[in-house]
Design a binder for this molecule. Structure first.
Ligand code: FPP
Length: 279
């Protein structure tokens, strides 16, 4: 209906010799990004045989989304968790095998206590309601990161949900919580030192390091998305993303929709992955 009304209004402006304005109105009413406008014109379709196996997302922009509306940052995170549920569902429906999201970094502890407490509350709520939210879908939930600093209640909820969903093998949904890429590498190096001391290994190579990361049994991300217009990795999967395709969206995370996800996947499908070689 919205689309129909926008088309009628656009047609009116086109008829009156203001065709450009007509198009702008059409695009604005549909709340499209520049990328979506391109898709709209080209009508590109997703290649269902080339869906990224592993998508990683830096869900950035909750704070700015809230500020723009005169709301607290916590409200931005709350809205962000609603978006997350929709994106998990979209990934599941598209046949994505692994989805990893950056929910809380090792650096996020430096935020005001009120915001940290609210984020922990949201995470706890999410974990407690996970099975209900997933509505019997074949989704396995895993959590990566350092659990030592997390509240005991969250740790036991993580253990419960991981155990409860451990038999599922559809979408593997990985939540990076108190996660830091450098800390992950430090932990791996310490594990390697221990293995050398005990005589378990004699050589260090990439495989030896990969096998000691939190993601040891998870393939590297094919596509890494960051929302909100920021152009950095912020210590997220820094080892694993060496050959990931990067997609930066200007959309703030609470406004990110399954359509934007498709836009990112379309961009991925248009790229040639060479992994340092020639094609
Ligand atoms: C970054 O935006 C976002 C975070 C630090 C938290 C992400 C958390 C969620 C999306 C919701 C909870 C997650 C789960 C798994 C239930 P920002 O606060 O840095 O935004 P800003 O850059 O605009 O200030």
């Amino acid at each position: 209906m919205r689309l129909f009304a926008a088309v009628v209004r656009a047609a009116f402006f086109c008829y009156h010799g203001k065709s450009k304005r007509g198009l702008i109105i059409l695009n604005k009413e549909l709340n499209q990004t520049a990328g979506e406008q391109m898709l709209f014109k080209k009508k590109k379709k997703l290649d269902m045989n080339n869906i990224p196996r592993h998508i990683a997302i830096i869900m950035d922009g909750n704070g700015r989304w809230a500020r723009k509306r005169g709301l607290s940052r916590s409200m931005g995170h709350r809205e962000g968790s609603v978006t997350l549920k929709k994106i998990v569902e979209a990934c599941y429906n598209l046949g994505v095998k692994y989805l990893t999201v950056y929910a809380f970094s090792t650096e996020n502890w430096s935020r005001p206590k009120e915001e940290v407490d609210e984020l922990m509350k949201l995470l706890l709520e999410y974990l407690k309601n996970a099975e209900k939210e997933l509505k019997g879908k074949n989704v396995r939930i895993r959590v990566i990161g350092d659990r030592k600093r997390l509240p005991a209640e969250i740790v036991s909820e993580i253990e419960r949900v991981e155990e409860k969903t451990s038999h599922n093998d559809g979408l593997i949904f990985i939540i990076a919580l108190n996660y830091g890429g450098r800390q992950e590498i430090v932990d791996a190096v310490n594990a390697i030192a221990e293995d050398i001391k005990n005589g378990n290994i004699t050589e260090i190579n990439e495989e030896v390091i990969s096998q000691r990361l939190y993601t040891r049994d998870i393939p590297d991300p094919d596509l890494l998305i960051r929302t909100s217009g920021e152009l950095r990795l912020s210590n997220f999967l820094i080892w694993q993303s060496s050959y990931s395709e990067l997609f930066f969206s200007d959309v703030l995370w609470p406004d990110f929709t399954p359509k934007h996800l498709e836009e990112a996947i379309l961009s991925y499908q248009g790229r040639q992955r060479r992994f340092g070689g020639l094609k």
